[in-house]
Design a protein around this ligand. Structure first.
Ligand SMILES: *Cc1c(COP(=O)(O)O)cnc(C)c1O
Length: 365
């Protein structure tokens, strides 16, 4: 047997989450965001589960990887091109580029081939996009190029996951008023604003295209709502096994820095997974870990290749038992909360050392 750390990827759960997102989007086009290696799940394997959908990636390189593995879906590149060279590749591969800055319009001036583009409007995130008063000029410059075909307008929300809705409402109103101010220049353009949180929480943000990401992987975009309550199914199950068991005495410590000290004689297990696999080093003592049929608490600091748990309330656990770090029994959202981060970081952070094993792919049906 080899080292048992593995990420099982349930593609049936992924397809079910996409179906849920698509049904919530109604008539709007449901673009599946699969950037960052499909949020850590494997970009090509994930893409092949949605043969009919438009996909979104962060950069041209990710789209190149998809095309090389035979994915011929429409692909939107969310950061657009970084150079003329990339814009050319994008045209060759029939990618749709987001245009968020003037230098990207200049790039297109030198690319002769046809290319589909979206214009990004900065409505308050202050990361990418044209300021509302500059959108009209960007549009007319793009339309003046023989190479570019403008498909639509987009924006991105900064706070759609929060209970306080005022900032999202303000961004939404600014997006709508900017589109309106363009008059006929906006006729026939697609409009897209919603990420997962907005798709789930703001019907008014759906327009005619939505861009869910994290919910497709079965994680909740909201701190205050569980994925289960949203009807989402966990896609990744990060698992390993117990590789050692010890009985320690009162006052003995566990792990680097001796941060956990036994208050009584304690049975502990060492599990073959650590931060070198993407399990967060900042997971606090008490973070839930699933073994067999119950939760046991993480103890001590997470090491690069291993971590420890307290077996006090799991007397039957033995070497070789399967351990779920997150998945169907312990949600990745809970582990993220116990580690001071969000599921996005944990999912995208599962390292290349962890083999992905795919279950229930379309090709098996
Ligand atoms: C990542 C991303 C999304 C998806 O966001 P989720 O919160 O994962 O749903 C949508 N739009 C843009 C521009 C993004 O960068």
């Amino acid at each position: 047997m080899t080292r048992p750390a593995v990420a099982f990827i349930d593609l049936e759960a992924f397809r079910a989450n996409y179906q849920l997102a698509a049904s919530l989007s109604g008539d709007a086009q449901c673009v599946a965001v699969i950037k960052a290696n499909g949020y850590g799940h494997g970009i090509c394997e994930i893409a092949k589960e949605l043969p009919l959908s438009t996909l979104a990636v962060a950069c041209v390189d990710e789209a190149v990887q998809l095309r090389a593995s035979g994915v011929d879906n429409p692909i939107v590149v969310l950061e657009g091109a970084f150079s003329v060279e990339e814009a050319r590749i994008a045209a060759d591969l029939k990618l749709q580029l987001i245009i968020h800055a003037g230098y990207q319009i200049e790039q297109l001036e030198t690319v002769a081939a046809d290319i589909d583009v979206w214009v990004k409007i900065n409505t308050g995130m202050n990361r990418l996009g044209f300021a509302p008063p500059a959108v009209s000029q960007a549009l007319s410059m793009l339309r003046g190029l023989s190479s570019a075909q403008v498909l639509g307008l987009m924006t991105h929300f900064a706070c759609a996951d929060e209970i306080d809705t005022s900032e999202t409402k303000r961004q939404l109103a600014l997006f709508s008023s900017t589109v309106k101010s363009l008059g006929n220049a906006a006729d026939g353009l697609l409009l897209t604003a919603a990420n997962s949180a907005a798709l789930l929480a703001y019907n008014a943000s759906h327009f005619n295209s939505v861009r869910p990401g994290v919910m497709l992987y079965g994680s909740s975009p909201f701190a205050h709502r569980s994925s289960e309550s949203l009807g989402l199914k966990p896609v990744m199950s990060l698992e390993s096994r117990i590789m050692a068991i010890h009985e320690i005495e009162t006052d003995e410590c566990v792990g680097y820095g001796g941060t956990w000290r036994a208050s009584r004689a304690t049975r502990i297990a060492t599990v073959a997974i650590g931060y070198g696999d993407g399990y967060p080093r900042h997971a606090e003592i008490g973070t839930p870990v699933w073994i067999g049929d119950r939760v046991v608490p993480l103890i001590g600091r997470v090491s690069m290749d291993m971590l420890n748990v307290d077996l006090s309330f799991h007397p039957d656990a033995k070497v070789g038992d399967v351990v779920e770090l997150w998945g169907k029994n312990v949600s990745v959202d809970e582990v993220a909360k116990s580690s001071g981060t969000i599921s996005y970081e944990l999912l995208t952070g599962v390292t290349a050392r962890v083999p992905r094993q795919y279950l229930n792919s379309l090709s098996e049906l």
